[in-house]
Design a protein around this ligand. Sequence first.
Ligand code: SF4
Ligand code: MG
Length: 328
Amino acid sequence: MTALLCVRGLKRHFAIRRPGGLFGKPATLKAVDGLDFDIPAGRTLGLVGESGCGKSTTARLVLGLVPPGAGEVRFDGALVTARHDAAWRRQRRRMQMIYQDPLGALDRRMKVGEQIGEPIVIHEPALPAPERAARVADLMEQVGLGARMAERYPHELSGGQRQRVVIARALALDPALLVCDEPVSALDVSIQAQVLNLLDDLRARTGFAALFISHDLKVVRQMSDRVAVMYLGRIVEEGAPEEVFHRPLHPYTQALVSAIPVPGRKRARIVLEGDPPNPVDVPSGCPFHPRCPQAMAVCSREVPRLARDSGRSVACHLATAPAVQAAE
Ligand code: SF4
Ligand code: MG
C-alpha cells in the first residue's frame, strides 16, 4: 500500500546574491537537497533540526506553495504541483497547514467564528448557514473554545486561544494531512503543552496524518510515530522516536539528544564546535563534517548515503562503512 504522502528526491535550491547588493557574488542556497520520506494515512512524521536546515521550505514544497527544483511530492497517489488550478485546490482542501504565528495567520478584521467557517463557505458554498454555524460551533468545542469566542476578534484572544482558532479552521474541511510548522514555538512555555495535547487528542479522534515540524526534539518525540532529523537540507537519521532518543546513531542526533536534560540522570553534553549550518556554503562530503566530533578523512570527500536497516535510517560513514573507518 502506498503511503498518503510520498516524497522522493525532493530538492529546492534558490539563486541568491551574497551580501554586497547588486555587486554581490551569485550563490546557491540549498534549502532542501534531496529528501525522501513517506507518511502513511493517520500517522505523524516529526521533522526536527536547527533553523535554516530547510524544514519550512519542506512544508511549502509538500503543500505545493513552491515548486520543487527536482523530485516530487505525491499526495494520495497524485502529483502535488505548484500550478494553483482546480485540481490543486481539491488536493489542498485535504492538506491543511498550521503556522508558527497564529496572529499572522488570522485576519485581524474578521470575527473568529467567521474565520473558522470561511473554508466551509469557500468549499461547500451550498451548505445552509444554520448548518455551517453548527459545524463552526462543533469545531470550536473540539478545540476547547467557548461559543462566546465566535464573536471576538483575534486581538481579543490570547496566543494559545488564537492557535486554537487556527487549528479549528484547519480542521473545518476534515483534512487527511495537517502540516504543522513550529505550531507552539511562538507560544508561552506554559501554553505549549496544552496546545500539543490538544493536537494529539484531535489526531487520535479524527485520524489525520501530520508532518510535524519543530526545532525541539522533545516536542517532536511527543507528537510523532516516526522522527526524521534534518541537517542542511537532508535527512541524516530517521526512526521510531524512542529509538532515535535512546540510541541515536548519527553524531548530529547524538549532540541534539545530549542537550536534553533527563531528570535524575547526568549525561555528558556533546557541544558542537564550529559555525552553525549555513545553506549557502554547504560543506563538501558529509555536510556535518566541520562540526562532527567523529569526522574521518573520508567525511570531507564523500557524501554518506541514507542507509536503511530494520526500521532505522542513518546517513553517516561510521554506520555504513565501518571498513573505511578502520582503514583510516
Ligand atoms: Fe561525522 Fe563523518 Fe558521520 Fe558525517 S559521515 S556524521 S562527518 S562521522
Ligand atoms: Mg522554519
